[in-house]
Ligand binder design. Structure first.
Ligand code: GAL
Ligand code: MG
Length: 982
């Protein structure tokens, strides 16, 4: 401060006077070029509490009271009056690009920084990890720089503005709304703040300005370095050395000579190259992510080191050949997910541990790829992807969804497009995990995209690029800026038709598919069966990883923020709290629960759909059962089976379970081999299922030994039909023909409705069901007759537009009653949620045991990951707490079940054939009338559904509905079951 050698603060602040928040041409001022120089030592972290005030507009005077704010962190989650707002497409304000509203929350962050005295003579750089959406930097009142591009770091050279050994006041002003907001209209919460770390570091004036690593599958390594000296012209005699895992690397003399003789080479920019050929190189891929440590050193003529850059690099190739995306020459399947930066307490501020936990979970559930939807992530995420083994589609921070058409060709935004794409590539180019660049999302397609694509192709010819907005114009069109046909939510039929058309020219990898909103991801297994069987189809990225519920206190509607750790468990918020979605912070423009569309809950608890994914990605599979034994197949691309262990299990319908250790054959990728049947299958015992429980044999970086990888299964013997003979006895029914039973508080009646899932609601099915009156069916008994103990009840269930005839025949059997049912649906009811029985039990029956698919929730079109067997789960844990209550807790393929109290009393139900059932504490109406999980009031007993037919889940909240084969047809449905006391 008060250094006479630097001018004092200007009277008019030029950063404010410029009004950069309404100037799309201004993407930065005073910002250093982005680069990929690796980690340096000598860093001064500036995270922690900063002085803070929130202005009503960027040009409002600073002068109010200071509070404090955490950096990194969004102010919208730190007790300010400006709260989170969720919109999908709609901009939260009416102004057209490039304008922003006059009411424009602006956060002023300030703190003192003691610049280390031993930084004298060094180049001093401020790095701000991320700020939304315009960052203005002042040091001691003097302007230092401007930056936009909310998800990439901005660096500023402060050498001339600070004095080593003295204290400086750094002010970071963050303007929430700007011309750039129109480019950051991603489907997520709007926040404001500094969301990634801030730090100061120092280098020698002679420094590495960039390092570009090319490490090929062949083992060839090329490291290109840019060298600058902020002191002036480069000094004579500088040179590079390097090493790779301790092996010295030599500077390429040819390359230097070429430069030295080139008159165009400036005195101010040095270029040099390190070259090596690594023999027997251990190559990188997502299955075996081998990394090498690379160090690059810049030396002065006297040999002293001026700068050092450290990297972990991987040797691999990626290319598109015809309609295949090849990694190291292999057509790898892309089992991807779209991941936003998200945390229920801190919004877009995500710690290293959290990022690691995200990726570890993905690995454990069979994912091998991440699309950084829809902006570059924290640098640590790419380090983690390199280390754990995940392919990354790295996406630039460009989504102009609401004004896409205007902006794509607006020359005022041209600079921003190229800036955002190029800065991403400049930062991330050295990561082996990054295999594809993405130009952004949902921004139409215009000249600005082609400009950015042109820059990319020139700068990095080693990777393909994709852009959905361009691919949309023609999946096979060679002239659009996308090397991959990367549609979103294309139907399986369309994908197949394209792959079989003979016209396909590019790999088809959906950038988004299988929308995971609520109880969803129906037909995922059908997609993968087709993908694996069809050349040209190579996978896709599920939308999306997170349910973005923000932890909220119900009493005052405030976000809990950083202090909320421990206030949630197993996907559920603690009493007095809930997962907020759109509208819960009083927003007038919002898109409701559309923000809750991930495969994990806001606390990262996996939803049942994750188990489906785990199974369809199984690296080891049972291909079939033949007379010579069980045929196993290795479905990986690069790895053998030695990292896996297995255990066989045999489940017989009579309750017998046998286990035996499995000896896995040594199979190369793609190979199959038969192994002998591990058991003598008992002659009796009925239906028989053989399961291979596959686990991790030795600790992996992402899973300890023993972690389950998959549970492939094969049926060895089908069910035997068991006749239940009638016995003498009496069935008690009331005057309406309703069964009276000591264990039931509500008699079995017909059910045609389910609490609409998000897919049912947004796909329009729920509206039709309501219009037919299926949610409020009125039952009328037509006749009740008895014939030697057997009671027949004819009833009618009237909706508003049709009547369903229903017959129940109740027969006494040993220990209970057999219920045979028949329902006839009119043609008009051509797509109902279910046809089945519902009843309610007495309280206290809190454990469900069943033989069928499980143990987790499954539905007709999402049941590939739920093996058949004997399962046992407390009733409380059967229910999946989707953020917006809806149909939940179903179990598919159930043959029989018991519901019991701790003293082993209760009821047993046997079904005529494998059926969909559910046992919860809620009636469908209870679920349908609640907006959040915390509004549900559990009933004391169990609400039990047994369905003759249950509609698939599909993904119609955004994308295709379930396939016709999973719909419930009108006409006659028959089913039967027996109920006994235990
Ligand atoms: C896509 C979009 C995503 C998200 C999704 C629906 O169109 O790219 O950002 O909005 O739909 O959840
Ligand atoms: Mg969008």
């Amino acid at each position: 401060m008060n250094d006479p050698s630097v001018p004092g603060p200007p009277a008019v602040d030029p950063l404010i006077a410029l009004r950069p928040w309404e100037a799309p041409e201004v993407t930065s001022w005073g910002r250093l070029p982005m680069n990929a120089v690796g980690r340096r030592s000598g860093v001064l972290p500036l995270d922690g509490d900063w002085r803070f005030q929130l202005l009503s507009a960027p040009d409002a005077p600073v002068g109010g009271a200071w509070t404090t704010a955490q950096v990194p962190g969004a102010w919208t989650l730190q007790g300010t009056s400006d709260l989170p707002q969720y919109t999908n497409v709609a901009m939260p304000f009416a102004e057209f690009p490039p304008h922003s509203p006059a009411a424009n929350p602006t956060g002023v962050y300030e703190r003192e920084v003691d610049v280390p005295a031993d930084w004298a003579g060094r180049r001093i750089v401020l790095q701000v990890g991320a700020a939304e959406s315009v960052l203005l930097v002042h040091v001691d009142g003097r302007p230092a720089g401007i930056s936009k591009d909310s998800h990439l770091a901005a660096e500023f050279d402060l050498t001339a503005l600070v004095r080593p050994g003295a204290r400086a006041t750094v002010r970071l002003t963050v303007v929430k709304w700007s011309d750039a907001s129109h480019l950051e209209d991603q489907d997520q919460w709007w926040h404001g703040g500094i969301t990634r770390s801030v730090l100061l570091y120092a280098t020698d004036p002679l420094h590495l300005a960039d390092v570009t690593v090319r490490a090929a599958y062949s083992g060839e390594l090329r490291v290109d370095c840019l060298v600058r000296d902020t002191g002036g012209a480069l000094p004579e005699g500088w040179y590079l050395t390097g090493d790779l895992d301790g092996q010295p690397l030599a500077q390429d003399a040819e390359f230097d000579r070429a430069n030295a003789e080139d008159e165009r080479v400036s005195d101010f920019l040095g270029e040099a190259r390190l070259l090596a050929g690594v023999a027997d190189v251990r190559t990188w891929n997502a299955e075996t992510p081998e990394l090498y440590g690379l160090t690059v050193r810049l030396h002065r003529r006297d040999g002293t080191v001026a700068d050092t850059s450290r990297h972990r690099i991987g040797f691999r190739d990626v290319e598109v050949v015809g309609r295949d995306l090849l990694v190291n020459g292999e057509r790898v399947f892309i089992r991807g997910v779209n991941r936003h930066d998200f945390h229920p307490l801190t919004g877009r501020t995500v710690s290293y541990e959290d990022m690691r936990a995200d990726l570890v979970l993905l690995k454990r559930f069979g994912f091998n790829a991440v699309r950084t939807a829809h902006y570059p992530n924290d640098p640590a995420l790419y380090d983690l992807a390199d280390e754990l083994g995940l392919y990354v589609v790295d996406e630039a921070d460009i989504e102009s969804h609401d004004h896409a058409h205007e902006i794509a060709d607006d020359p005022r935004y041209l600079n921003a497009f190229v800036d955002r794409v190029s800065r991403m590539a400049l930062r991330d180019k050295n990561h082996p995990s990054v295999i594809v660049w993405s130009l952004g999302n949902e921004s139409d397609y215009g000249a600005n995209h082609d400009a950015a694509a042109g820059w990319l192709r020139r700068h990095d010819p080693t990777r393909p690029l994709q852009y959905e907005g361009a691919a949309k114009l023609g999946w096979a069109d060679p002239d659009v800026a996308s090397d991959i046909a990367c549609p979103m939510y294309a139907s399986l039929e369309d994908c197949l038709a394209h792959a079989l058309s003979g016209k396909q020219t590019k790999p088809l990898i959906q950038c988004e598919y299988s929308h995971a909103m609520g109880n969803s991801n129906g037909t995922l297994a059908d997609h993968w069966a087709a993908i694996e069987a069809t050349p040209g189809l190579q996978g896709g990225f599920i939308w999306e990883f997170w349910d973005h519920g923000i932890l909220q206190r119900v009493s005052d509607g405030r976000p809990v923020g950083r202090g909320g750790a421990g206030l949630y468990d197993n996907g559920v918020a603690a009493p007095g709290h809930r997962w907020a979605y759109g509208g819960d912070f009083g927003e007038s423009i919002h898109d409701g629960a559309f923000i809750a569309d991930g495969v994990v809950f806001p606390d990262r608890t996996p939803k049942p759909a994750m188990y489906e994914h785990r199974e369809i990605s199984a690296p080891l599979r049972i291909e079939c059962f033949r007379h010579e034994g069980i045929v196993l197949g290795n479905h990986q691309h690069f790895r053998g089976l030695d990292w896996l262990a297995g255990e066989w299990r045999l489940d017989l319908a009579d309750g017998t379970t046998l286990t035996a250790p499995a000896v896995l054959p040594n199979l190369c990728p793609g190979e199959t081999a038969a192994v002998p049947l591990p058991f003598e299958v008992p002659r009796d015992g009925g239906e028989a299922w053989l399961t291979l429980r596959v686990t991790v044999a030795e600790d992996q970086p992402w899973a300890p030994r023993g972690t389950v990888v998959c549970v492939p299964q094969v049926r060895l013997r089908g069910p035997a039909v068991a006749e239940v003979p009638p016995v003498e006895g009496r069935i008690e029914v009331d005057g309406e023909g309703l069964l009276v039973h000591p264990l039931l508080t509500a008699a079995p009646t017909l059910s045609l409705w389910r609490a609409p899932t998000d897919n049912d609601e947004l796909g329009g099915m729920a509206r039709r069901w309501r219009s037919w009156g299926l949610d409020t069916l009125v039952r009328k008994a037509l006749s009740v007759s008895e014939d030697s103990g057997r009671v027949t009840v004819e009833a009618e269930y009237a909706g508003t537009t049709g009547v369903v005839r229903h017959r129940q025949v109740l027969t006494p059997v040993e220990g209970g009653v057999r219920v045979e049912e028949e329902a006839e649906l009119p043609e008009a009811f051509d797509d109902v949620a279910r046809v089945g029985t519902v009843f309610e039990t007495v309280a206290g029956l809190d454990l469900l045991d069943w033989f069928g698919q499980g143990p987790w929730e499954s539905y007709p079109d999402r049941s590939a990951g739920a093996p058949v067997g004997h399962h046992s789960v407390p009733v409380e844990e059967l229910f999946t707490p989707y953020l917006r209550p809806q149909e939940s807790g179903g179990r598919h393929g159930v043959r029989r079940f018991t519901l019991s109290a701790p003293d082993a009393t209760g009821l047993a139900v046997a079904l005529d054939e494998p059926r969909q059932i559910s046992v919860t504490r809620y009636h469908a109406e209870d679920l349908a009338s609640a907006g959040h999980h915390d509004e549900l009031v559990p009933r004391p007993g169990c609400v039990v559904h047994i369905d003759a037919a249950h509609r698939g889940l599909g993904t119609a909240s955004c994308g295709p509905d379930t396939s016709p084969s999973y719909l419930v047809a009108p006409g006659v449905h028959r089913w039967s079951w027996t109920l006994r006391a235990l």
